[in-house]
Ligand binder design. Structure first.
Ligand code: SAM
Ligand code: SF4
Length: 350
């Protein structure tokens, strides 16, 4: 259980901001989705995400719970309808449930359609019921294998049983769970059909993700990169895949698999075909706003916040950042090359 220490919410402040013009970028895209990384820390060390001996940020650099709430709430006041909390591992951030409780007020007022999180699931069995009580309806759980030894290898020491217990607890609490799986050429390529069958058999959606060139890790990413076009061809050799029209404004394309009856998302971040519909921006745990996952554009909102800006100043800084959202991203993977982006996914929030 957790106890709240943050200041009470001022409902009138939110109401007064509700009618503000939406966040529209220089290309006419309306930003309605914010992902917030609440910590760069994690209890796992997935091989594609972190190096074995990650150096985490000093506490003073990371936004406080109050700062996270203020920033996220300002975005909600400017028309953001969906908030995803991520990390690092959000559930290892001390006081995380206090933040969820604070942010859930925007669900109560109707300002927010969805409050959700992406988690590795290791702590979920403790928090699932509270998440459901606070209005979280769906969560993404990252899981790359059902083999305990391979899981320990990919996460560098993780316990698969903890994650499976977490998923069970989430389902028991009534949360819809989507499984996120990074497609890894050397590790889980052969297991992907079994993972899909497992997830769909339990009524869970699943999304496959191509590795993205973010942050220095210990291995050569090109060794791990597995094209989802290749995975799709393989799946189509024994299953019937039908494209679904659903578009979320993100890099996922969805198919229905007739034989499993489930939905599969395919995230191919290296392709450019989703940028024109992009509706999302990301806030790092240090308060840097990245208006494009695939570029090094950055706006330091922590400096604005800690510089004493009032709401008007903060909103102006956010609008300036959104206005400059790049048209598209710039990923590339070349053998032996430095990552296209120096920052890690764990800082940016996946
Ligand atoms: N710790 C939580 C988790 O694992 O779900 C949330 C943060 S994690 C950075 C968010 C997602 O990013 C996970 O699904 C993870 O598999 C994915 N991810 C991390 N590094 C990646 C990379 N280099 N390429 C593609 N996906 C990555
Ligand atoms: Fe941690 Fe998630 Fe990165 Fe794995 S992918 S190391 S669980 S932040």
């Amino acid at each position: 259980m957790y106890s709240g220490t943050m200041t009470p919410y001022d409902a009138s402040a939110l109401r007064s901001t509700a009618a503000k013009p939406p966040l529209v970028d220089g290309f006419g895209r309306v930003v309605t989705y914010l992902r917030v990384s609440v910590t760069d820390r994690c209890d796992l060390r997935c091989v594609y995400c972190m190096s074995e001996h990650m150096v985490f940020l000093p506490k003073a650099e990371v936004l406080t719970l109050e700062e996270l709430d203020r920033l996220a709430s300002t975005f909600v006041g400017l028309g953001v309808r969906k908030l995803r909390l991520t990390g690092g591992e959000p559930l290892v951030r001390r006081g995380f449930m206090i933040l969820v409780e604070k942010l859930s007020r925007h669900l109560d007022t109707g300002a927010l359609d969805e409050l959700t999180l992406t988690t590795n699931g290791t702590q979920l069995d403790r928090y699932a019921a509270d998440l459901a009580r606070l209005g979280v309806r769906r969560i993404n759980v990252s899981l790359d294998t059902l083999n305990p030894d391979l899981f320990a290898h990919i996460t560098r020491g993780g316990d698969l049983a903890r994650v499976l217990a977490g998923i069970e607890a989430a389902r028991a609490a009534g949360l819809a769970v989507k499984i996120n799986t990074v497609a890894l050429k050397t590790d889980n390529a052969g297991e992907i059909p079994a993972l899909i069958s497992w997830a769909h058999g339990l009524g869970m959606d699943m999304t496959l993700i191509e590795t993205m060139p973010m942050g220095e890790i210990d291995e050569d990413r090109t060794d791990q990169f597995l094209s989802l076009a290749e995975v799709r061809r393989d799946l189509e050799s024994y299953w019937t895949l039908t494209d679904l029209p659903l578009t979320t404004g993100g890099p996922a394309r969805y198919v229905r698999i007739a034989e499993t009856g489930g939905r599969l998302g395919l995230i191919t971040p290296l392709s450019h075909n989703f940028c024109e519909g992009c509706n999302r921006v990301r806030l790092t745990c240090t308060g840097v706003l990245h208006s494009c996952l695939g570029r090094d554009d950055a706006n330091d909102l922590r400096a604005v916040l800690r510089g004493g800006a009032d709401e008007v100043g903060l909103e102006a800084a956010i609008r300036t950042a959104i206005d400059a959202k790049p048209k598209g991203h710039d990923f590339h993977i070349e053998p032996g090359a430095a990552p296209a982006l120096a920052r890690h996914m764990s800082t940016t929030g996946g």
